[in-house]
Design a protein around this ligand. Structure first.
Ligand code: GLN
Length: 250
């Protein structure tokens, strides 16, 4: 586990501890950018970010305020599967207690019931999300636009062979307006449960979608300090990134 704390804390509205799950094995298509955005926006909002990494075999950090999980190759998912199972109770407790989490692609799949890979092995999930994933021969690749009620238009990039079906215990993050999303049949993207946002979108997701970042931050601050006092984030680059992404062809 590595730790990085930024800011003196003097005049800070409080510390928020952000943990990225398995960055060594689950961190593709720039997913680490999500951690950088949360760290920067915490600073802009006047909080002191503490950024930790949790990898296979590490001691799990205490007092986690925000959890971030990235995507990975099937091979990376196989590497982390046993360690992830050993953390299933802890992660379930955090999720049920309302801890905010962002789970992208490979870890979205493994927070569900299982991922049956294209090549055969079934990787068990921790079952926090009522979803299941089946690998297919079709790779879903390209730019995605999702219409959501909570976060407006969400933009990102997908690349996965697994197709995810939602059960009645979760709701979709949104409806796909461009790209594919969870699977090639129902037009839904991602999943929402408690304070978990799960999505197939890389890119990374948060630089272009600061509303999701601020949801994680607001929820963490309310949970830890009873209230969220917003600061004044600089959205200049988020606006540029969104304009650029919106112009991308499929
Ligand atoms: N290996 C998984 C799949 O192909 C997840 C991919 C990803 O995280 N981008 O479906």
């Amino acid at each position: 586990m590595t730790a990085e704390s930024t800011g003196s804390g003097s005049g800070s509205k409080g510390t928020i501890r952000v943990v990225q799950l398995y960055p060594r094995d689950m961190n593709i298509y720039g997913d680490w950018g999500n951690a950088l955005v949360v760290r920067q926006r915490l600073k802009w909002h006047g909080y002191t970010p503490e950024l930790l990494e949790y990898n296979v075999g590490d001691e799990f950090p205490e007092d986690v305020d925000i959890l971030l999980g990235g995507g990975g190759q099937d091979s990376g998912q196989l590497v982390i599967q046993d360690d992830l199972q050993s953390r299933a109770d802890l992660l379930t407790g955090l999720a049920e207690d309302g801890a905010p989490m962002l789970l992208i692609c490979g870890l979205y799949q493994l927070f569900g019931k299982f991922f049956k890979t294209r090549s055969g092995p079934v990787i068990p999930g921790v079952g926090i999300l009522d979803v299941e994933t089946h690998g297919t021969d079709e790779r879903l690749i390209g730019n995605v636009k999702v219409l959501t009620e909570e976060f407006g238009e969400v933009l990102g990039y997908e690349n996965h062979s697994g197709q995810t079906t939602l059960g009645s215990g979760v709701r979709p993050l949104g409806t796909v307006a461009k790209g594919t999303g969870n699977n090639s049949s129902d037009g839904h993207e991602g999943a929402r449960y408690r304070n978990i946002v799960a999505s197939y979108l890389h890119g990374s997701l948060l630089p272009k979608n600061p509303a999701i970042s601020d949801f994680l931050i607001r929820t963490a601050a309310e949970r830890k300090y009873g209230a969220f006092i917003p600061g004044t984030p600089d959205d200049h680059y988020a606006v540029l990134a969104r304009e650029h992404a919106a112009r991308r062809p499929r």
